[in-house]
Design a protein around this ligand. Structure first.
Ligand code: PAF
Length: 284
């Protein structure tokens, strides 16, 4: 398996060593890989001739310095996991330094994502999507993939990346993949590694509550379902609810009542043991 730290060497390798007629699938990650990442890589390997994975904890998308500090960085373990789990050697890894990506100016560009960036994660984490856009614009230019794969756990991010690619006029297909869950139902996340055993058990209730919300939504109004979820989360004393929102999955605009031409999703963020847990569910 080849490992690149420099985007110049990587670009040079892609141009001179990879057959231009073959397709490239791309899975950008921040490392601390888990089964959810491996599922994205498996999908990219089955759809494409070659897979490129990036592992880079992108500082500009963290609005909270403590979260950036605590983000797990375990490159050796990540590489071992890929070697042992991917049933192919048709892949390479790009794991750059901050300087390789940003030079001497670790700053974000500013994007307009038609309002998708102003709600939920964008509202709660100012600057987050400018950071995501900046790093992906850079990575897409270096890798120039045919297809790029992202998990639906970060559903708002997925919609924003589709908008980014359209507005930059890039010829890259963005493919959203279903949320990968633990047996307990907890959405897989690199942040789960910071939960205690008891925390992991408690956190599984988030998905159980989302499933009940889906059932409730069939026969109840939007405000009733919002109240139901708020009460359920409050009944677990260790949980702090940051938000639960019901929104149209395309515009991400918050719903106050049901409109049959929209497709609704419930989006939730819960804090447990100092860890910020995010999840979502299709409601109809
Ligand atoms: O979802 C992530 O892991 C990150 O936001 C991404 C897309 C790799 C950009 O840093």
């Amino acid at each position: 398996m080849m490992l690149f730290e420099s985007h110049k060497y990587l670009r040079n390798h892609i141009e001179n060593q990879l057959d231009a007629s073959k397709s490239i699938g791309f899975v950008p990650t921040m490392g601390a890989l888990h089964d959810g990442h491996i599922a994205l890589m498996d999908r990219a390997l089955s759809d494409n001739d070659f897979l490129i994975v990036s592992i880079f904890v992108n500082p500009t998308q963290f609005n909270n310095p403590e979260d950036l500090d605590k983000y797990p960085r375990i490159l050796e373990q990540d590489l071992e996991l890929m070697k042992s789990r991917l049933d192919s050697d048709r892949f390479l890894v790009y794991a750059p330094t901050v300087e390789d990506v940003y030079g001497h100016n670790t700053a974000s560009k500013t994007y307009n994502f038609d309002g998708l960036e102003n709600v939920m994660e964008g509202e709660k984490r100012p600057g987050h999507f400018n950071g995501v856009g900046t790093v992906l614009q850079f990575l897409f230019k270096v890798v120039q993939p045919d297809n790029a794969y992202f998990g639906e756990k970060d559903f708002q991010q997925l919609q924003i990346i589709k908008k980014l690619v359209t507005s930059l006029n890039l010829d890259i297909k963005i493919i959203g993949c279903p949320i990968h869950r633990e047996k307990s139902g907890l959405a897989m996340s690199s942040r789960n590694a910071r939960l205690s055993r008891d925390g992991l058990e408690k956190a599984a209730q988030i998905y159980q509550i989302l499933q009940k919300a889906k059932t409730s939504f069939k026969t109840h109004t939007v405000p009733e379902t919002l109240n139901f979820v708020t009460d359920q989360i409050k009944s677990v004393s260790e949980f702090t609810l940051e938000y639960f929102t019901i929104a149209d999955e395309n515009s991400l605009q918050t719903a106050t009542e049901k409109n049959p031409s929209y497709t609704y999703r419930g989006f939730i963020v819960v804090h447990l043991e100092g860890v910020r847990l995010i999840d979502n569910i299709l409601l109809d």
